[in-house]
Design a binder for this molecule. Structure first.
Ligand code: MN
Length: 568
């Protein structure tokens, strides 16, 4: 149902009220495309409705920019729409502050942070719908912004969509980003395949009536047919594997037939093969053996009329929507069986079928051993994953993954040991905080360093990570060692090995006195080797430079073989 229909059906309902509220709040605002701001909000809400999410999501989709871009305060939003809508809008607003700035190594942390910040998966759906519309209108932004947003889409949001099983969306986001990230390749692809697309599509349209006839003969009535063009970005990746030879790509345009039941899928496959011979090795039964991402469909490539290859895909409506919409499709099915369109309920048996929970679970298990055990589907919808982690961001946009309860000192050590050691202060989201301040996911943390600053012992009482603890301890040990030398030393001991001769000790003491160093005491003793002596002198100085100069002078004294010194 379109947003307009929802509003017409219930003019005082949640969606209608959200629409009017947004219209007022954004009145006079325009998008960079110069169209009214409301177009962006309607497009976002429209997508959410197309994914058949609940009215709360659609309403939040309409309101998703009021906190960020208008003077509406969160309390006003809560008074007007309640906690649930507010939680969703606030979540989307927080995600808006998370920016990908090209740290590929840490991009997985960024994806995790987005889940951790969302608290409710519907926040992510809204963000994805928002991003989709932004990508469609990306052309009007300055090139640098285009590049950044396209990169963020390709590296962060498309993978998130795909992790939620929303492959259609993931593919579309990749395609929208492709021309901005690889302009040359994308142009090349367009010119190379535009014609070929047309030719193949025309052929499929031509043979479709014959195929439909054939299915009717087997009493199968297709619910829908679709000429599905392969996505540009995935085609490009496939071409790279096939010597850029378009003739080796059989599924450039595929014939997608939707039938009523799983039996119909197999019956249709048999019927088609009876008329058009299949290509060996090209029959794929993803119904009996779904892909790892839970994609279900039958695929075959047959030799059609005029001896041309045709890829045909067969699936039920349910499989189709699941392939396209991922977890959002599950929402839709439960709601449909209950005969209601809003407030879906989730039951045990349904929960068990959910692939995406499995996926997120696996994702999370790589991460820590604890099991998530969602009590029911709704609580699974509340994103509890990563609840015990804190994801904080550097000013450069790197996401630092820390245990819950971590402080700016932990953060500093996770960036670099030197930054931890020299940490003198911190700001969180621009505000000064004490070093024992507890960080929260999404915090932007800046560490102020000071040259020659050393860690303080009381840091050990509040740091959360073993890494920080170890570095602090080792820096403290280092300091204890050097500080005994620097603060306490007042004496130096010289050990001089020299050949015995008369006047040696006098020469030595004269040299020391000339250097303005007081001698405290001196001992001599014979070296076991014979005619050498070892003179041990304690002087009243701890000035290393002074001693080193002195040593050079002493070395020039006749008979002196070896000198060492030590600060005491
Ligand atoms: Mn927006």
């Amino acid at each position: 149902m379109s947003v307009k229909d929802i509003i017409q059906k219930d003019p005082d309902g949640l969606v209608a009220r959200a629409f009017r509220f947004a219209e007022r709040a954004h009145s006079g605002q325009r998008r960079k495309t110069s169209e009214p701001y409301m177009n962006h909000l309607t497009a976002t809400a429209e997508k959410l409705s197309e994914w058949r999410l609940d009215d709360t999501s659609v309403a939040a989709g309409l309101l998703h920019d009021v906190l960020e871009d208008t003077s509406v305060h969160i309390d006003e939003l809560r008074r007007s729409f309640g906690d649930e809508v507010t939680l969703l809008v606030d979540g989307v607003t927080k995600l808006g502050k998370v920016k990908y700035r090209g740290a590929k190594a840490k991009v997985e942390n960024l994806r995790k942070m987005i889940f951790a910040l969302s608290q409710d998966l519907r926040v992510i759906f809204i963000k994805l719908a928002d991003r989709l519309h932004n990508m469609r209108t990306l052309g009007v932004l300055p090139p640098q912004k285009q590049k950044r947003i396209a990169e963020e889409t390709a590296e962060v949001y498309a993978p998130i969509a795909s992790r939620l099983g929303m492959y259609e969306l993931a593919g579309e986001l990749q395609d929208l980003a492709f021309p901005y990230l690889h302009p040359k390749e994308s142009r090349w692809l367009k010119t190379q395949i535009a014609e070929e697309y047309g030719v193949r599509r025309a052929y499929l349209e031509k043979i479709w009536p014959a195929l439909e006839q054939m299915l009717h003969g087997a009493t199968i009535v297709p619910a829908a047919v679709d000429f599905r063009a392969k996505r540009a970005y995935s085609l490009y990746r496939k071409l790279l594997r096939f010597d850029m030879d378009i003739n080796k790509i059989y599924d450039l345009v595929a014939l997608r037939v939707i039938v009523d039941t799983t039996q119909d899928c197999y019956a249709a496959l048999g019927t088609i093969h009876g008329h058009w011979p299949p290509l060996p090795g090209r029959i794929k039964d993803y119904i009996a053996m779904p892909k790892a991402n839970n994609y279900r469909s039958l695929h075959t490539t047959v030799i059609g009329p005029e001896g041309r290859y045709v890829e045909i895909q067969l699936r039920t409506k349910e499989m189709h929507e699941e392939n396209e919409y991922g977890i959002a499709a599950h929402w839709l099915y439960k709601a449909a069986t209950d005969g209601q369109t809003t407030q879906p309920r989730w039951d045990q048996q349904f929960k068990n079928t959910l692939q995406w929970v499995q996926q997120l679970k696996q994702w999370q298990e790589q991460y820590r051993d604890a099991e998530i055990n969602p009590e029911d589907f709704l609580s699974a919808m509340k994103v509890e994953f990563f609840r015990d982690r804190t994801f904080a961001i550097t000013p450069q946009g790197d996401v630092i993954d820390l245990p819950q309860g971590s402080t700016p000192v932990d953060f500093a050590y996770h960036i670099h040991t030197d930054i931890g050691n020299a940490c003198a202060g911190a700001t969180v989201n621009g505000q000064f905080v004490p070093l024992n301040h507890e960080l929260r996911s999404g915090d932007m943390v800046e560490i102020l360093t000071q040259k020659n600053k050393k860690p303080s012992e009381d840091w050990l009482s509040f740091v959360k990570t073993a890494l920080a603890r170890e570095h602090i301890k080792s820096a403290l040990r280092e300091r204890t060692r050097t500080s005994t030398l620097r603060i306490h030393p007042s004496k130096a001991e010289l050990k001089i090995v020299a050949q015995n001769r008369i006047g040696l000790l006098k020469d030595v003491s004269a040299t020391i006195t000339q250097s303005h160093v007081n001698i405290l005491d001196a001992h001599t003793g014979s070296q076991p080797s014979g005619n050498s002596s070892m003179i041990k002198i304690h002087c009243e100085t701890a000035d290393r430079k002074k001693i080193e100069k002195l040593v050079l002078k002493l070395k020039k004294i006749r008979g002196v073989k070896q000198i060492s010194y030590q600060l005491l």
